[in-house]
Design a protein around this ligand. Structure first.
Ligand SMILES: NC(=O)c1ccc[n+]([C@@H]2O[C@H](COP(=O)([O-])OP(=O)(O)OC[C@H]3O[C@@H](n4cnc5c(N)ncnc54)[C@H](O)[C@@H]3O)[C@@H](O)[C@H]2O)c1
Length: 374
């Protein structure tokens, strides 16, 4: 008996456009529609990828009775209300990071998933990136030994990005750091303490009343001997773009490279000092995917700008994670299981950042993760 394909609509066609050809080729999915506000861009993208159903109004899209799921890639302030509206309309939701920018909205989404029985997945790229998959494989083969500590960073200069970015508290967008550490250990965050450091330009502080150039948080894992450290900067801090994870084990430790495109480093215990570090090239994990979408783990399969004659702020990439995200979401729906991360896990990862920022504003006070995320 053949399984019904999942009808998916992509909402927001900047970063979101990257996912169109993947859903079009996934054996369990049907790219049902696309949605975005500007009609000219909607049509340019729709024509380039041969998508017939096009919507400029998200609420109109939700009225489609045969639509099963939405994949939301709109600006950060739209994630929560669109996820809530879609769940209320009986649609499954995949949403880019972060889940929301308030704890109340995270709670509402978790509650709605419980009430409706629909699925929610936060599309965190790092937990499906080849680096993460490689570290996970090392853990599964017990090559690292006992995990002793984890740390992660995400630094980016967001000057010149769309209007919801300027001044955004760094920890409000911390899931690229938090996600991999909790995903690797299958742990839940219990409480955090965070310090703010430095000061951004006056005009950047106004919108979110967040003065910090850098935020550094410690996270205590629940029912575990582990804790982790994360740090983030978005403005007025000189640093090449970096999303990184370091995992320290009793036998081996993985450290993300300091400079993009250099090879990462694996440290092996008990060797002569100069032999402890060795360079590692992370393999590609396309083999985990259905044949028709394997090629999308490789950067630059599609040049969206060339294909649509539009400019895109986002390029392909994110460690080859995009087809893995689509595959996880679609197979979770076809197999009627929770995706990873599910709503509660997504809320825990997102709320680590929201609680961390609260902590920074209170000079580092311990802030407990809300009970609905535990
Ligand atoms: N690695 C990652 O996980 C990653 C990478 C890039 C972007 N993102 C996230 O993706 C989102 C989009 O990023 P971007 O750079 O493409 O932003 P963008 O501002 O360039 O694009 C947003 C798109 O959403 C559309 N849109 C806005 N409001 C809408 C509405 N109400 N209904 C339908 N469409 C609407 C816009 O027309 C635009 O096409 C952001 O939230 C960002 O955080 C995540």
């Amino acid at each position: 008996m053949s399984v019904k394909k999942i009808n998916v609509a992509i909402v927001g066609l900047g970063f979101g456009a990257e996912f169109i050809p993947i859903y079009q080729r996934h054996p369990g999915a049907n790219l049902y529609a696309i949605c975005q506000r500007t009609k000219s861009k909607l049509n340019a993208v729709g024509d380039a990828f041969g998508v017939e159903r096009r919507f400029t109004d998200f609420n109109e899209l939700l009225k489609e009775p045969t639509l099963d799921a939405v994949h939301i890639n709109t600006p950060i302030p739209d994630h929560a209300w669109q996820s809530i509206a879609a769940l209320k309309a009986g649609k499954h939701v995949a949403c880019t990071v972060p889940m929301a920018t308030s704890i109340a909205d995270c709670k509402r989404i978790v509650e709605l998933v419980k009430q409706t029985g629909k699925k929610y997945m936060m599309m965190e790229t790092v937990v499906y990136a080849r680096e993460f998959l490689h570290i996970k494989e090392l853990c599964e083969k017990d090559e690292l030994g006992r995990i002793q500590f984890l740390q992660a960073s995400h630094q980016q200069d967001m000057d010149g990005w769309p209007n919801y970015w300027p001044g955004l508290p760094p920890m409000w967008y911390a899931t690229h750091c938090v996600g991999p550490m909790l995903a690797l250990t299958r742990a839940t965050a219990e409480y955090v303490s965070c310090f703010g450091s430095g000061t951004i330009r006056k005009e950047l502080i106004r919108k979110y009343r967040s003065p910090f150039a850098v935020e550094t948080a410690h996270i205590k894992f629940k029912d575990s001997d582990l804790s982790a450290r994360i740090y983030r900067s978005l403005f007025d801090t000189a640093r090449q773009y970096r999303e990184s994870i370091d995992v320290y084990g009793s036998k081996k430790s993985f450290e993300w490279t300091l400079i993009e495109h250099e090879q990462h480093v694996l440290h092996t215990a008990k060797l002569p000092e100069e032999k402890i570090p060795s360079r590692v090239k992370t393999p590609d994990y396309a083999r985990l995917l259905p044949g028709p979408i394997r090629r999308f783990t490789t950067k630059g399969v599609y040049d969206l700008a060339k294909k649509t004659h539009l400019s895109f702020a986002q390029g392909a990439g994110h460690g080859g994670s995009h087809p893995h995200l689509v595959h996880e979401f679609v197979t979770a729906l076809t197999h009627k299981r929770d995706p990873f991360p599910n709503a509660k896990q997504s809320a825990n990862w997102t709320c680590v950042g929201l609680c961390a920022h609260q902590s920074a504003l209170k000079g580092g006070a311990i802030v407990k993760l809300p009970a609905f995320t535990l």
